[in-house]
Design a protein around this ligand. Structure first.
Ligand code: SF4
Length: 472
């Protein structure tokens, strides 16, 4: 029995098939082509968005942008792999009209247009907003750590250098002692003094390098540095610390589209709530914004900054129970009176302001009142109950009220924001590791990854045909 046969390779055709006929009408490349055709590359800040009058004509930035959007959509991020796709992939041939730029041209384009990629990402969010896909009713903020192009062994800190210096000094002292012993006591075990001197010289040279490194870092005001990727920082993560960046993203609840993202060097999410929320206000051009985040964002100053900017933030509090050891009633059981700047305890006694330390106010109950109180066993084991009020306590109290009024908010946050991050790490960025060095490189890659993610979401929501109609 015969097998299914293909077409003979050398067969010619009376009516040759065009590349366009090979690309289905609802293919992704048609969406990328239509989207790039409708954006103004000059306004977005792309290099060479106007062709030169003289000299060799450059590649059109629109073609290279299309290539990168396609690449990040299919996890092809390396410039050499993109060069290969131009030569063998019919979809890319269609998208670029059979242009085949070399890898250096492709890599230079990404390196030179980092800011323009972020603008392109924002432009796509604006398109989604205009298409009614971004409502802006609730935006969930979250952060995730992405690895930089550096191994942990390249991490140097003043603390490590000082520890190494101590060890070097101990080794040098041991070698010197053995040399002295050999000189003074002829009956001592014979050592090869030449070898010891060589080893000593190597250690002295390491010691000099160590001291130079410490001096340089101190002069530059650095406490740590990743050699070769000096803008990356050590990030704390459940799987262990690594050199990388902390990527913040704000996701709209309606369809899970990322409305804003930021690549930061700060490992801690506690300083990110207000900057992200105000950026969302600007992107959505909407004053009245409600944002939510997990307890890692709990910070009184940030809560106050959101309140001041008219942003409704809903974030669980992450506060240590400072009085857990000697008090049993939580602070929430005490009612604060802003008029008299005092607290009233569950037994109706007043706790008055006693002192202010680093912005925190301390309130004390009268020892005589506590001494005769029937509730003392449930309140304090000290002579009298004390309370500490944070400088932004009012913001914490407002946050507690909002949390109590929205008991399902953490569930909504989780279902909104965690899916996009999983996708970005595994789908768009493959291993969750950047390919480009330094902050600008990481920003360029993240902007392309987020644009591709949003494009994919939009196709899933609307379907390719509907999206193509809207882009026309
Ligand atoms: S122990 Fe003092 S502070 Fe506590 S409930 Fe009694 S009177 Fe109030």
């Amino acid at each position: 029995m015969a097998y299914i046969q293909g077409e003979p390779r050398n067969q010619t055709s009376l009516f040759p098939v065009s590349i366009d006929e090979l690309i289905p009408a609802d293919h992704l490349v048609r969406v990328i082509d239509a989207y790039v055709a409708r954006i103004d590359l000059k306004v977005l800040g792309f290099d060479r968005s106007e062709p030169k009058v003289n000299g060799r004509p450059p590649y059109n930035p629109a073609d290279l942008l299309k290539l990168y959007l396609y690449g990040y959509f299919y996890q092809i991020r390396s410039s050499r792999r993109l060069e290969a796709e131009c030569q063998r992939n019919v979809e890319v041939m269609w998208l670029l009209n059979r242009l085949a730029p070399d890898f250096k041209t492709i890599a230079d384009f990404r390196r030179d247009n980092t800011v323009a990629f972020s603008a392109t990402c924002r432009a796509f969010v604006q398109f989604c907003r205009g298409a009614g896909l971004v409502k802006g009713d609730l935006v969930a903020i979250d952060g995730s750590k992405f690895r930089a192009v550096a191994s942990n062994r390249r991490h140097v800190s003043i603390k490590h250098l000082k520890r190494d210096l101590e060890k070097l000094d101990q080794r040098i002292a041991r070698y010197l002692a053995s040399l002295d012993e050999s000189d003074e006591n002829e009956s001592a075990e014979k050592i090869d003094t030449n070898k010891v001197k060589e080893a000593l010289s190597r250690l002295q040279s390491k010691r000099a390098n160590n001291l130079t490194g410490q001096a340089l870092m101190e002069e530059l005001g650095l406490s740590q540095i990743i050699v070769g990727e000096d803008e990356a920082k050590m990030m704390r993560a459940p799987q262990g610390n690594f050199a990388g960046y902390n990527v913040q993203s704000a996701v709209d609840e309606e369809h899970g589209l990322i409305v804003h993202h930021e690549v930061t060097q700060d490992s801690d999410d506690r300083r990110q709530l207000a900057p992200m929320a105000t950026a969302v206000q600007q992107v959505l051009d909407q004053e009245d914004v409600t944002v939510t985040a997990d307890a890692g964002y709990s910070n009184g100053e940030q809560f106050q900054a959101c309140d001041d900017a008219g942003i409704t933030a809903i974030v669980p509090l992450n506060r240590e129970n400072r009085s857990a050891e000697n008090a049993l009633f939580p602070q929430a059981e005490f009612k604060y009176d802003p008029e008299t700047d005092s607290y009233r305890c569950p037994a109706g006694q007043v706790l008055i302001l006693k002192s202010i330390n680093k912005g925190s106010a301390n309130y004390h109950a009268q020892a005589s009142a506590c001494g005769g109180c029937a509730l003392k066993g449930s309140c304090t084991r000290a002579r009298h109950r004390t309370l500490k009020r944070h400088p932004n306590e009012a913001a914490f109290e407002r946050m507690t009220k909002r949390l109590n009024a929205n008991p399902d908010m953490m569930l909504r946050r989780k279902s909104t924001v965690e899916h996009p991050f999983g996708n970005l790490k595994q789908w768009a960025l493959g291993t969750g590791r950047f390919l480009l060095r330094q902050l600008q490189g990481a920003k360029a890659e993240m902007a392309l990854a987020v644009t591709s993610y949003n494009l994919k979401r939009t196709i899933n929501i609307l379907g390719t045909r509907r999206l193509l109609e809207m882009l026309a």
